[in-house]
Design a protein around this ligand. Structure first.
Ligand code: FAD
Ligand code: NAD
Length: 470
């Protein structure tokens, strides 16, 4: 039963994977729940302009590349006279996936009796938000406002003109770029860079650091540079962009060595700015309730997702931790359970991360660098996909599985995978680690044959120095 003092037991600001999941779980637990969302559709960044549309284009562009002469299909005797691209159709299919999924959340809200308050929310006090001039009160308010693209000074994004774009613009280009320069060799740059390279663009990635994919295990970062170069991307590492000027259909970029030195210019038809994302807190009225941000502009919470203000909670991209949809979702479930008086927990040490390129890059737990820095003595088992029978049969042998175990206890500390199905394979590693597995536990678990997952078992056997197929 709702507390009579308030309109709602729980009011959630933002209907991304953090907010909409929190709302559904809160309603399932019998709490009177509202969710405020200012977009026209539910699902947040993830469903509207993130995970889902990017994966639709990754899938479509992968099919296009596989069908090319000399591509994967031809290898297996599937031939086409001529493969052509209908970009508008590919974009329609992406939009229809987005529509299906965002509509699905609207259905779930109705089914679970979650009230969708349409509009922008701002705090009036710790138990009241204003939405379009109407005040709504709640015993508990959850901030799940997500994140937006980090701007790059000197490089002005214009997602209408579609010449210099961020990820949202790169998901709706009306033509295949002749030359796409991607600023930032992180997840978005490599995923969306891959999409447009597969569809025919020359792609140059300009990355400030000396390696791609910051935060991932060093071996994966090295393999990423090797594989993306092999696929035809030009990589300019240890390089920064200082300016971009649009003239007609050409963008002239000024780039410099990251450590300083002579500048040069690069001409591009299109530019994608993907240098990270920052928390959405502007216009929320946090000052009104006295809620301060940390140095990175994030809202700090305790283990239960409580902020410093009683009754106000926060989850997802707006709080510290990896900016990932599944992390936001799990926090959404946990915060609702905590509000309902249950014990909601998220194990932040085991949030898997996946880059959905071909092959995929997936990681969970500690990298080798982190394990050593934490003082562990480690044993490492590696198994190449080249020696996995299913990958060999399918002719997709790029990559490897790397398992890092503690040398004394054999407990698995981290698993890092490069493989066509790495994003699927990482789930078993995450689950094993959640149960405190040793490498021996994984090595003696029966894995179906022939599957890519057998490479995880073999890498675990390699920790003891005894893989069978290598
Ligand atoms: P969001 O999804 O950002 O949702 C917040 C919502 O709050 C938004 O809809 C916003 O409109 C609303 N809002 C904000 N302020 C207010 C306000 N004051 N009043 C009302 N509403 C408000 N993650 C993955 O795990 N896997 C992927 O494959 C993946 N791919 C991605 C691809 C791209 C191109 C991008 C940009 C991101 C991707 N991400 C991916 C990251 C993922 O989208 C985010 O981590 C996730 O959406 C965060 O969820 P959230 O609920 O915290 O916030
Ligand atoms: P990112 O942090 O992954 O990568 C940004 C890259 O830009 C880094 O390598 C950084 O060194 C580089 N960089 C920063 N400033 C630069 C500059 N001035 N010049 C050149 N390089 C510069 O960020 P992103 O790719 O924008 O993605 C944002 C977030 O969205 C990520 O945190 C990620 O978690 C999330 N995301 C996840 C997925 C997924 O899970 N598959 C997909 C897309 C986005």
């Amino acid at each position: 039963m709702a507390d009579q003092t308030y309109d709602y037991d729980v009011l959630i600001i933002g209907a991304g994977p953090g907010g909409y999941v929190a709302a559904i779980r809160a309603a399932q637990l019998g709490l009177k729940t509202a969710c405020v969302e200012s977009r026209e559709t539910l699902g947040g960044t993830c469903l509207n302009v993130g995970c889902i549309p990017s994966k639709a284009l990754l899938h479509g562009s992968e099919l296009f590349e596989e069908a090319q002469a000399g591509g994967h299909l031809e290898k297996f005797g599937v031939k086409f006279d001529k493969v052509t691209l209908d970009l508008a159709k590919m974009m329609d299919e992406k939009s229809s996936a987005v529509k299906d999924l965002t509509g699905g959340i609207e259905f779930l809200f109705k089914k679970n009796k979650v009230t969708w308050l349409k509009g922008h929310a701002a705090f009036k006090d710790a138990h009241t938000v204003d939405v379009g001039g109407t005040a709504h009160t709640a015993k508990n308010i959850v901030i799940a406002t997500g994140s937006s693209v980090t701007p790059l000074p000197g490089v002005d994004v214009d997602n209408d003109k579609l010449r210099i774009v961020d990820s949202t613009g790169a998901l709706k280009l009306g033509e295949v770029p002749e030359h796409l320069v991607v600023i930032g060799g992180g997840v978005i740059g490599l995923e969306l860079g891959s999409v447009w390279r597969r569809l025919g663009a020359k792609v140059t990635v300009v990355e400030f650091l000396d390696a791609l994919l910051p935060g991932m295990d060093g071996d994966l970062r090295k393999e990423a540079a090797r594989l993306f170069k092999k696929q035809g991307m030009e990589l300019k590492l240890s390089t920064k962009v200082t300016a971009a000027k649009v003239s007609g259909k050409t963008v002239t970029l000024t780039v410099e060595p990251a450590a300083g030195g002579d500048a040069e210019t690069i001409k591009a038809s299109h530019v994608l700015v993907s240098i990270g994302r920052r928390p959405n807190t502007d216009g929320l009225g946090l000052d009104t309730i006295g809620l301060a941000l940390n140095k990175r502009g994030q809202i700090e919470t305790d283990h239960d997702f409580r902020t410093a203000i009683p009754g106000v909670w926060a989850i997802g991209d707006v709080i510290p931790g990896p900016m990932l949809a599944h992390k936001a979702e799990d926090e959404g479930i946990a915060v609702a359970e905590n509000i309902a008086g249950q014990t909601g927990i998220v194990n932040h040490a085991l949030i898997p991360g996946v880059v959905y390129t071909m092959p995929e890059f997936a990681s969970v737990g500690l990298t080798e660098e982190e394990a050593k820095a934490e003082g562990h003595t480690i044993k490492v088992g590696k198994f190449p996909m080249m020696a996995n029978s299913r990958a060999k049969t399918n002719r997709d042998t790029d990559g490897f599985v790397k398992i890092i175990a503690d040398a004394d206890s054999d407990r698995v500390l981290g698993v890092h995978i490069v493989a066509s199905l790495a994003g699927t394979m990482i789930a078993q590693a995450t689950q094993a680690m959640e149960f405190g597995a040793t490498s021996e536990d994984i090595a003696y678990t029966c894995h179906a044959h022939p599957t890519h997952s057998e490479a995880v078992k073999e890498a675990a056997m390699a920790v003891q120095g005894k893989p069978i197929h290598m």
